[in-house]
Design a binder for this molecule. Structure first.
Ligand code: AMP
Length: 123
């Protein structure tokens, strides 16, 4: 997959402060904000501040400090969103088959109701 970063993507604009967001958490290397079109009572997106397209790009190219910060931010968001006790789902869509709309790594934190099975079985 091409990891060329498009700095005109909407999350890059959020990081530059060009469009607003409903911030849940900001750390040195990460930002979390409410999804604009929530698919569950709690739906928060966690993004690294660095220019990473998707998870495998981030895992290969980010510094240990960025990876630690991002991982801890996701965990903290689970607590801040109130889903840590009853459970939640993390989703990181990537590329064509993952149906990724915004080409800047983001982890969806979803919860607040029973979410159902993840995918349909392969028949
Ligand atoms: P994905 O399909 O995994 O790339 O998810 C992109 C997500 O970004 C969707 O859930 C959108 O609702 C969300 N989204 C798009 N624009 C914004 C925005 N300006 N603020 C917050 N969430 C957004």
């Amino acid at each position: 997959m091409d990891h060329t970063y498009d700095d005109q993507n909407i999350f890059a604009k959020i990081l530059r402060g060009e469009i607003p967001n409903a911030t849940v958490l900001e750390t040195e290397h990460s930002l979390a904000f409410n999804d604009i079109s929530p698919q569950a009572p709690a739906h928060v997106l966690v993004i690294p501040k660095g220019p990473y397209v998707c998870f495998d790009h981030f895992a290969a190219a980010a510094s240990d400090a960025e990876i630690a910060d991002f991982t801890r931010a996701v965990g903290e968001v689970c607590r801040l969103a109130g889903v840590a006790a009853d459970g939640y789902r993390l989703i990181a869509n990537a590329g064509r088959d993952g149906v990724q709309d915004v080409p800047h790594l983001h982890v969806h934190v979803l919860g607040g109701r029973r979410l159902g099975r993840m995918l349909s079985p392969v028949s």
